[in-house]
Design a protein around this ligand. Structure first.
Ligand SMILES: [Zn+2]
Length: 457
């Protein structure tokens, strides 16, 4: 088995990549295998040199950034250190809507860049562009992150993916053959948990016999529930990479128990690809400092280590469409410690901001919605399937819970009691058992939705 993978990796993969003009991806992978063990100073120096290069390049080649610098009355050479850099304006999705073609470097045109949609959970998605070189760099980086759970290119891996946009297996039989038998990756689209579909997945995935899964945790959660309910024997895996949504501790526990392997959390996005991932030490997610500069801010200022802030990403690979201090609408926590694995790449922990609206107590006090998500999912005795909490008014809450596992009286009481502890006993909680929780267009699931949020912020 291992030998077959090694053979494919050594002889077949380079040819496949070459045919698609993507052979550089392997070179980047080998680079990242080395750079992950660079000393901290060297990583910081490399990162700063890339930031400088990107600033100079953007000023010369992107009309948007040239205008921006002119408006600020400054030039890239006046950005002398990371503090100066932190004074540059934030790039938002609105800017992508309004200035997309101005942001695009004059060295590229729409025919030689990829088109990417932003990953937003709410509202309309914006278009951005990515150079093929950036795409190859990100592919090399993805292999490095997979290698932290033990997977090397061409080791069998199954995807449980709910997002329509990311589903690219619907290609010709040739594409499907190439992916399944040569790259050895199979895609399971699990946006819906209908038993007949889950059964088909199960039959196929047991035939394919992957060693690794790459999943949206809610998608795998649905599959895991199906296996448990139907008393089907779970596959024995070597590692699960979880991405796309926050991974909750109860999900991590369930997956590790069921599939008898460790779960590795990874943070990435459509806009900039992989950003950070857990290594085998599981002490936080290592930021890929070679490809991105990540900031965590609140009210425009950097947060202290350990505090949750809004994530700003500067993509150091995509010169075709410079994204400098891009507000990705995600939250994260910078960690001020070194990992015991020996890698000096800085650590973060993913926040869960965006899938949780803020909520209000009846007395008008605002609370972070993830407080509810946290308190309602961490009791070992209470088994609740998927859940969505909707605040209809200051005092009225509706909670949707899926019907598998069948929620019992004890779960209902637990939820009501917790809600009253957090929000006071003036609130009314209406619990509704449903087949499925509706997802956002992106395939993500929002846990806490406030219908009064927009009118009060
Ligand atoms: Zn580590």
């Amino acid at each position: 088995m291992g030998l077959y993978s090694a053979g494919l990796r050594t002889f077949v993969l380079p040819l496949l990549l070459k045919r698609d003009n993507r052979q550089k991806a392997l070179r980047y992978y080998r680079f990242f295998e080395r750079s992950q063990y660079w000393p901290r100073d060297m990583l910081v120096e490399y990162q700063w040199a890339k930031i400088r290069e990107l600033l100079d390049y953007s000023y010369k080649n992107s009309r948007y950034y040239r205008n921006l610098f002119a408006r600020l009355g400054t030039k890239p050479e006046e950005i002398r250190n990371i503090d100066d850099f932190a004074g540059l304006p934030i790039l938002t999705r609105d800017h992508l809507f309004e200035h997309r073609l101005d942001i695009l470097s004059s060295e590229y045109d729409l025919a030689n860049v990829q088109e990417v949609l932003t990953g937003g959970t709410t509202g309309q998605q914006a278009i951005l562009h990515r150079s093929y070189d950036s795409y190859n760099i990100k592919a090399g980086l993805a292999w490095r992150h997979e290698s932290w759970m033990g997977r090397r290119p061409c080791d069998k891996m199954a995807f449980f993916w709910p997002a329509h946009v990311d589903l690219y297996d619907a290609g010709s039989w040739k594409t499907q053959f190439k992916r399944r038998y040569l790259e050895r990756e199979v895609m399971y689209y699990s946006g819906t948990f209908a038993p007949e579909i889950m059964r088909r997945f199960y039959d196929d995935v047991t035939r394919f016999r992957p060693s690794y899964f790459k999943v949206f945790p809610n998608a795998l959660f649905g599959f895991a529930q199906f296996l448990t309910e139907h008393k089907l024997k779970p596959l024995k895996l070597k590692g699960i990479l979880s991405t796309g949504e926050p991974l909750f501790e109860n999900q991590r526990r369930l997956f590790e128990e069921l599939f008898q392997c460790r779960v590795f959390d990874m943070y990435g996005s459509r806009e900039v690809g992989n950003t950070s991932s857990e290594c085998e030490a599981h002490e936080g997610l290592h930021i890929a400092m070679e490809t991105s500069y990540v900031e965590f801010v609140r009210d425009g200022k950097a947060v202290a280590p350990g505090e949750e802030g809004e994530i700003l990403i500067t993509d150091l690979t995509n010169f075709a469409f410079p994204m400098i201090r891009y507000r990705i609408n995600d939250y994260g926590i910078p960690l001020d410690k070194r990992c015991s694995c020996g890698r000096q790449l800085s650590l973060m922990s993913p926040g869960i901001g965006r899938l949780f609206d803020d909520i209000w107590r009846p007395d008008g006090v605002k609370l972070s919605g993830n407080l509810l998500g946290y308190h309602l999912t961490t009791d070992h005795e209470i088994h609740i399937g998927q859940m969505q909490i909707i605040q209809e008014s200051l005092t009225d809450f509706k909670i949707l819970i899926t019907d598998r596992p069948e929620p019992n009286q004890k779960s209902f009481e637990f939820i009501r009691k917790k809600m009253a502890t957090i929000l006071g006993d003036r609130i009314k909680v209406d619990i509704e058992v449903v087949r499925e929780i509706p997802r956002e267009k992106s395939g993500k699931m929002r846990y806490v939705v406030s219908k009064i949020a927009s009118s009060r912020t």
